[in-house]
Design a protein around this ligand. Structure first.
Ligand code: NAD
Length: 258
């Protein structure tokens, strides 16, 4: 059996992933703000370090895969810290440990939103690894109200998908035999979308932005199954990709533009 670290394990996609992997007989170490094996805050550098150290300790020093699901969609710069730096710094800390596995894997959760309008300046600051500057830009957006502030979210996911593409072929990941990929869900029925989907106007707005002609909104386990495969021994060569698991939303919106 394999040992997995899953972030965001207390709710939604992370919880479904942890459950699925356990059902299949694997060892799972969950990381979340609360209700998890490791309770830590991935929005800060200290929290990321504590989370990585404790998770590796609980794993007895050997980890086969990391699946990073923790994320928020608030129209504030905290979103950039959790969704980008809380994933990339956490993974970078764990890569040397993963390298000790016979079949190491790393997967992150991006979003359909990675294709939505974003702030290129903010995306660049994240990819430059400059969290202070990114937070500054994110705050300026947030100061202009929730609609502009929302750009923090698609920007964080665009940067994350681009980071996966770049890093997947680096010495740290490919060089250590670690396939690194992202899954981009459409609309998933979790705590994140609950409020939005509670009213007909909310549903209309969501469905206009993320049209899902195939089977509609998904349960979190749908995403969990794909994350589990990408993190499994079976995936030896898929790398650097963002896989849209979105009921056809990407095919609808982006069409031929790939
Ligand atoms: P969720 O709110 O159900 O779960 C997110 C989990 O992340 C929560 O348990 C939360 O406590 C944890 N988390 C948040 N901030 C944290 C922090 N600072 N440190 C540690 N843990 C933290 O949401 P979800 O829908 O399961 O979202 C999981 C991922 O999927 C996110 O990255 C989200 O952006 C992405 N996503 C979700 C949807 C959707 O429709 N639900 C669509 C596309 C992408």
């Amino acid at each position: 059996t394999r040992t997995y670290i899953v972030t965001g394990s207390a709710s939604g996609i992370g919880a479904a992933t942890a459950e699925l992997l356990k059902e299949r007989g694997n060892t799972v170490i969950g990381v979340d703000l609360r209700n998890a094996d490791v309770e830590a805050d991935l929005s800060t550098p200290e929290g990321r370090q504590i989370a990585a150290d404790r998770a590796v300790e609980l794993a007895g020093g050997s980890v086969d895969a990391v699946i990073a699901c923790a994320g928020i969609s608030a129209p504030i710069p905290l979103t950039v810290s959790v969704n980008f730096f809380g994933v990339t710094e956490f993974l970078d800390r764990l890569a040397p440990v993963l390298a000790g596995s016979e079949a190491p894997r790393a997967v992150v959760v991006s979003s359909m939103a990675s294709l939505q309008p974003n702030s290129p300046e903010l995306v660049d600051a994240m990819l430059a690894g400059d969290e202070a500057l990114a937070r500054q830009i994110g705050q300026k957006l947030a100061d202009q109200g929730p609609q502009i502030g929302y750009l923090n979210y698609p920007s964080s996911k665009r940067a994350l998908s681009r980071w996966v593409r770049r890093e997947s072929v680096s010495d740290r990941y490919a060089g250590n035999g670690i396939p690194l990929n992202a899954v981009a869900p459409g609309t998933v029925l979790t705590a994140m979308t609950k409020e939005l989907l509670a009213t007909p106007e909310g549903v209309k707005m969501v469905d206009e932005n993320v049209p899902m002609p195939l089977n509609g909104h998904s349960e979190p386990v749908v995403i969990a199954r794909l994350l589990a495969w990408l993190a499994s021994e079976e995936n030896s060569h898929l790398a650097g990709q963002t896989i849209y698991c979105d009921g056809g939303a990407d095919a609808t919106l982006r069409g031929d533009d790939i």
